[in-house]
Design a protein around this ligand. Structure first.
Ligand code: SF4
Length: 341
């Protein structure tokens, strides 16, 4: 019995039935042993089911848990030959762009994203033709072919800083319109830069509206945690009377760590709540629990399948394949972002 894993999972979920644990533990042990045998690392995003977010050092399978850029950078510092990316396709692509010598496998290649799919390379070319000379800042939640057409990449963590400091009076920001509107409001405190937005949205974060404001009213001392991708009217209404913040996933985690408050309302993907419960077991988190259906395609079971396929004939079913030229072009806006910091 892997006691560390069982107790960590209990702290993140409030306990699972013995039945699910009975099925989970043998799969977990197989993954832990295959990772060593095949010199692979497992990266797990904060929106993964809790059993995938437990670190190997705590009895789980994840070598790193984090946001998509942080995970890809951590993997690049390892001597692993392969990455199993527990996240959605655009994230696994980013891992490949930053780790071109490593094989990158995703447990379910159909794990997409409404935001990344909202824009294609052709759309960026059309925007550049319409707004001639205006630079394009692309959110990391996009596919490689989209990134390849852009001037600079950003994450939810550094978007405000880059938008404020990037030369020029105008900036095209793609693809999240809500994040763009939130950035535009915050930019007003730093500069007169005008953002030109695309009509994309995250199907999870756009659902935070009256549900969060009602929770805030019902729990007046609770602090509200909102992701940049939440609509700006929700940000305004739920932060009107409650303390709180809007920012990136990492900002949310850091905010809770620094706060003396004990109750928080979460306006982000449901399993970020599990990550927060694991990190801060003495604090209470309230959330409408909206899940990303794409993220939930990744399970302990298909993670094992991908790892079993690594270096075998069926590896191509899981492997991220990006042509060398695309890898190089998509790397440029990411490199520019990293140099900008
Ligand atoms: S949570 Fe939103 S941005 Fe993230 S993968 Fe799901 S749909 Fe895409």
């Amino acid at each position: 019995m892997n006691k560390n894993f069982v107790s960590k999972l209990a702290s993140m979920t409030g306990g699972l039935s013995a039945g699910s644990m009975e099925h989970m533990l043998p799969v977990l042990e197989k993954i832990r042993s295959l990772k060593k045998e095949k010199n692979a690392v497992v990266l797990s995003h904060y929106y993964m089911p809790p059993e995938l977010q437990i670190l190997a050092s705590q009895g789980g399978i994840a070598d790193f848990v984090g946001d998509s850029l942080g995970l890809s950078i951590e993997a690049s510092k390892t001597k692993a030959d392969a990455i199993i990316f527990c996240g959605v396709e655009f994230m696994a692509e980013t891992a490949k762009i930053l780790n071109p010598q490593k094989k990158v496998l995703i447990p379910d290649p159909s794990a997409g994203c409404s935001l990344a799919s909202s824009i294609k390379a052709e759309d960026v070319k059309a925007l550049k033709a319409k707004y001639h000379g205006v630079p394009v800042m692309v959110y990391i939640n996009t596919y490689a072919e989209t990134k390849a057409e852009c001037d600079i990449c950003c994450t939810s963590r550094n978007a405000l800083n880059i938008a404020a400091s990037f030369p020029g009076k105008e900036l095209i920001f793609i693809p999240d319109k809500y994040m763009g509107m939130n950035l535009q409001k915050n930019l007003a405190n730093h500069s007169d830069k005008k953002l030109i937005l695309w009509n994309g949205a995250c199907e999870v974060h756009e659902q935070f509206s009256g549900n969060i404001s009602q929770l805030a009213t019902a729990n007046p001392t609770a602090e509200v945690l909102l992701h940049w991708e939440v609509p700006s009217r929700t940000v305004a209404s739920s932060l009107k009377n409650n303390k709180g913040m809007v920012g990136s996933t990492t900002d949310i985690i850091n905010y809770v760590g620094a706060s003396s408050g004990d109750t928080f309302i979460l306006g982000s993907e449901c399993d970020l709540g599990a990550a927060l419960m694991g990190l801060y077991p003495s604090k209470k988190f309230i959330t409408p629990c909206i899940v990303c259906p794409h993220m939930k395609k990744i399970t302990l079971y298909n993670t094992l399948k991908a790892l079993e396929a690594l270096h075998q004939e069926n590896e191509s079913l899981y492997r991220i394949n990006l042509e060398e030229q695309l890898l190089e072009r998509a790397y440029l806006p990411i490199r520019k972002m990293l140099d900008f910091a």
